[in-house]
Ligand binder design. Sequence first.
Ligand SMILES: Nc1ncnc2c1ncn2[C@@H]1O[C@H](COP(=O)(O)OP(=O)(O)OP(=O)(O)O)[C@@H](O)[C@H]1O
Length: 259
Amino acid sequence: MKKHTPHIDKNETVIHIKNLQKSFGNNHVLRGIDLDVYKGENVVVLGRSGTGKSVLIKIIAGLLMPDAGHVEVLQQEIEHISLQELRALRLHIGFSFQNSALYDSMTIYENLQFPLVRNMRNLSRSDIDKAIYDVLEAVGLLQTKDQRPSELSGGQRKRIGIARTLILKPDIMLYDEPTAGLDPITSMEINNLINEVQENFHTSSIIITHDLTCAKTTGDRIAVLLDGTFTAQGTFEEVFAQADERIQSFYDYNFINGK
Ligand SMILES: Nc1ncnc2c1ncn2[C@@H]1O[C@H](COP(=O)(O)OP(=O)(O)OP(=O)(O)O)[C@@H](O)[C@H]1O
């Protein structure tokens, strides 16, 4: 069970998805997804590799278009939005990529400065310095500011990736496999950071993962993606109390393998 859940406002829906469908040729990946994410909530989308978790969050971020269904993000309908509105909406959505997507040729400071300068006009040098200081402090890595990504550990790079996403103060955070490739202790540090971000930056988040410890630690609610739809939704305990064999085998496999 998640240790502490900050205030979740069930009167405010930040993501509303109804009967979302997406195929690539004959590959029917999403076959009718329904999902609501409330303000301040962490929703974990749990599913095996290739089930369409990344496709789902790419649609939410406006990087892929749905074939059918309704997707509303921060009260804007993705399927009817203009390119200009989409660009403005994307500034409110932080996409934390699996590989952290940092520029190796830049220092950590420059990596963090990049999205600020590109997306926000008229910032003074001291505004930029303060924004970078604040996010580095939030992820506990002030000391790395003059280093390059290649000099950092995998866990530190993930933290900087999250800091780079946070610097634009998004309302929604989308985490794509935040613990992939990390050892259990570093994974737990990232899970704790995701919860700190939720609490301190008041973000609503979707965390996609197949790591059950990550799901259990960060998720206020879990949605299990199986065969293109959400087979189960609820707290971690509610979801895994279900008799569905496919959900049980997911659980058994993860825990037998020490995750
Ligand atoms: N742009 C694309 N063109 C064609 N097929 C795609 C595209 N993007 C995703 N797919 C297909 O959609 C399916 C779901 O992919 P997705 O990346 O969402 O899986 P996932 O659940 O995130 O898995 P993983 O944990 O391995 O990243 C896969 O079969 C993939 O090949």
